[in-house]
Design a protein around this ligand. Sequence first.
Ligand code: FES
Length: 155
Amino acid sequence: MDDARELSRRTALALGGTGALGSALILAGCAPGSDSGGGGDDSGTGTDAGDGATPTDAAGEDVAALADIPVGGAISATIGGEPVLLSQPTAGEVVAFSAICTHQGCTVAPEGAALICPCHGSTFDPATGDVEQGPALEPLPSVPVSVDGDRVIAG
Ligand code: FES
C-alpha cells in the first residue's frame, strides 16, 4: 500500500515536472512565431496594387464597335471578363463603367437612355455613372476606354 502511494506521489511529481517543462517549451515556442508574423505583414502590403475596376491586363482589348453604341445610350459589354457598360453621351465620345451595382452587386443593364439595376431599381447616369435613384449610394466605378477609329478599346 505504501509503495503504491509512493508511486502515485512520484508519478504526480513527475507529471507536474513535465507540465512545467512543457509550458516553458510552449512559451519559448511562441517568441519565434510572433517574429515571423511581422514578416508576414510586410508581404501583405503588395495586395493593394490591383484595386482598379478594370484588370490592367485588359488594356488594349477590343471591346465593341463604336457604331453599336447608340449616341445618348449605352450597351453592355465585358472587359477582362468583367461586365461593363459603354455609353456614348455625344457622338464619338465613349465612357465606360463597371456594371456591378454599388448597392448589392447585381448587374446593371442599359434600358433606353438609362442604366438600371434589375434587383432594387437603382438608376445611374449613363454619362457619369452617378446615382440618379437609390437605394445605391455610390456611383458606378469608371473604367478607362478609348476610341480608335470605329472601335472601342480598353485602357
Ligand atoms: Fe442594384 Fe440593389 S443591387 S439596386
